[in-house]
Design a protein around this ligand. Structure first.
Ligand code: MSP
Length: 511
């Protein structure tokens, strides 16, 4: 059994979860579930990123302690997980003792090695926002936006991590490991970034300005700043769990690839003598009306509202079907409803109803045994064989949207098969051959539906359970074996009916 450790970005607690956060959770969960189903020993980590200036400031504005704010927001993110059917094994908070201890140990190790030194940090500082600004924060004309108030250049003693001395190593590492970053074109972006000389990374803030952080073990007048704290969560969560490290994949959004995950993190690990992850899986952004969904853009809708209305499976299906991993995707209620209606309510939902209905009407609610297959059965069976092979291969290559496209083409073919065999006509015939064909067609419909439903398990676990339930199917053995066309349903008792994906009220179509 292979160890498969998978992580996702830990969410900042300075805003409520939106569709982008939901997506990353679902994407990572689909990968984790797929690996569990194919026999790997999976450890799936998520959590919250709780320190920093913004949390300190928001708490102050609310007149509460940062810990209190972090507790409430972290609970909100955590509460979202079961609602989205996320199968994480662990949830780490950067304010937990287990995390702080490991961050301090790592800092000390790098300090003792001489990779951390004290120097002078020079930058533009906004007193109103209590933060250093970057060149990118300037207005196009070079002035500073109003929100920053007075901005002055200041020099402050701080601690630095020797990134620059590892630039050559990282360059060579990436040349050797061409598929460290998925998709590959994102690795090219990292290589581009490394063509310019790296600056050493400022990793501290004086405690008098920022108290909400982890104190440096070698100088308690400072706390460690942002990435040195956040990135270490992947390691601190499993530092005392033998055999879990290294991660197979870190799943993250494209905004935090360069430099944090692709430059700082590999260098931090390498410098500390810790094995590197297998790779970094980078997804794109959910956009709406051309801009990134985010709290600050004010276009964030609560994904849990969709879960309340349509169920977690429907949202999970939409997110995975619609997004090509790595690229951006559009989110709107209309797009969601279009997928929901055509794929889930129509194609899959109708198929389930027809299968139940006809088995009940023409076979007394017990799936008959198939007799000899005709051309139509052989065709459907052949299509399944090809679909299954490609589906599994595509899952292994993170091509979930095409895998689902193929699977739903198979579901459409089952519906076409139903039309072709028209069991309702065969049921009226007294001819023996028609009766036999009726049995074969009912068995074929039920089996094909069972296979499609089993295949959907990593994406729509609840729907798979429901379909199994109404087909009288009790899964046995390995998932990959369950995906083999056979006669497992012969004699199974079917339920009366199942409304899997109810059609939304007409008003649901209006955003
Ligand atoms: N706390 C850091 C990550 C630290 S990991 C050591 C952070 N937090 S975040 O809350 O801002 O974002 C969490 C994840 O959600 C990131 O991977 C980010 O890319 C992703 N998304 C945030 N908005 C998004 C979209 N609109 N679409 C898809 N995912 C995006 O960054």
């Amino acid at each position: 059994m292979a160890e498969f450790y998978i992580t996702k970005a830990i969410d900042y607690v300075n805003g409520s979860p939106h569709i982008g956060h939901a997506y990353e959770k679902v994407l990572t969960d689909v990968i984790a579930r797929f690996h569990r189903l194919t026999g790997d020993s999976v450890y799936f980590l998520t959590g919250t990123d709780e320190h920093g200036q913004k949390v300190q400031q928001s708490a102050r504005k609310k007149g509460i302690a940062p810990q209190e704010l972090a507790d409430a927001m972290s609970a909100e993110f955590r509460g979202m997980l079961p609602r989205l059917e996320i199968s994480n094994d662990d949830f780490i908070r950067t304010t937990e003792e287990r995390h702080k201890r490991v961050v301090r140990e790592l800092l000390q190790r790098l300090f003792d090695k001489g990779d951390i030194y004290k120097g002078e940090y020079r930058g533009f500082y906004s007193t109103r926002q209590e933060q250093f600004l970057q060149e990118k924060d300037r207005n196009p004309d070079g002035s500073w936006p109003e929100i920053y108030g007075e901005v002055s250049e200041i020099v402050e003693p701080n601690y630095f991590f020797k990134l620059r001395s590892y630039q050559g190593w990282l360059w060579e590492f990436l040349a050797r490991s061409e598929d460290f970053v998925f998709p590959r074109y994102r690795q090219k972006q990292v290589v581009e970034f490394l063509k310019e000389p790296l600056n050493d990374l400022c990793i501290s803030r004086p405690r008098e300005r920022l108290e909400w952080g982890i104190p440096l073990p070698f100088d308690e007048a400072y706390v460690t700043y942002v990435w040195f704290d956040a990135l270490v969560n992947y390691y601190s969560a499993v530092a005392d769990k033998p055999g879990v490290w290294p991660p197979a994949w870190h799943v993250i959004g494209k905004d935090i690839l360069v430099p944090p995950h692709a430059v700082y993190w590999p260098i931090m690990l390498h410098a500390a003598g810790i094995e590197l992850p297998r790779g970094i899986l980078v997804h794109g952004w959910w956009m709406t009306s051309g801009s990134k969904v985010s709290k600050s853009a004010g276009n964030a809708l609560n994904p849990l509202d969709l879960v309340d209305e349509f169920g977690a499976d429907a949202l999970r299906y939409f997110l995975i079907r619609e997004m090509n991993v790595g690229q951006d995707g559009d989110f709107s209620r209309e797009l969601f409803l279009a997928r929901y209606n055509s794929d889930l309510a129509n194609d899959l939902g109708n198929l389930v109803n027809r299968a139940l209905n006809m088995t009940n009407r023409f076979a007394g609610g017990s799936v008959p045994a198939a007799a000899a297959a005709g051309d139509a059965e052989r065709e459907l069976h052949g299509l399944w064989e090809r679909t299954r092979t490609d589906y599994i291969a595509m899952f292994g290559q993170f091509q979930f949207h095409t895998a689902l496209e193929r699977l739903f083409a198979f579901i459409s073919s089952i519906n076409a098969y139903v039309e072709k065999r028209a069991p309702w006509k065969l049921g009226k015939s007294a001819v023996a051959a028609d009766k036999e064909l009726l049995q074969t067609s009912l068995a074929t419909i039920a089996e094909a539906l069972r296979l499609a439903s089993v295949a959907l398990r990593p994406v729509m676990p609840a729907a798979t359970d429901k379909i199994n339930g109404v087909l009288g199917y009790r899964p046995e053995g390995a998932w990959l074996d369950e995906l083999a066309w056979g006669s497992r349903l012969t004699g199974a008792r079917t339920a009366e009916a199942l409304v899997l994906f109810p059609r939304p009220a007409p008003s649901g179509a209006v955003p």
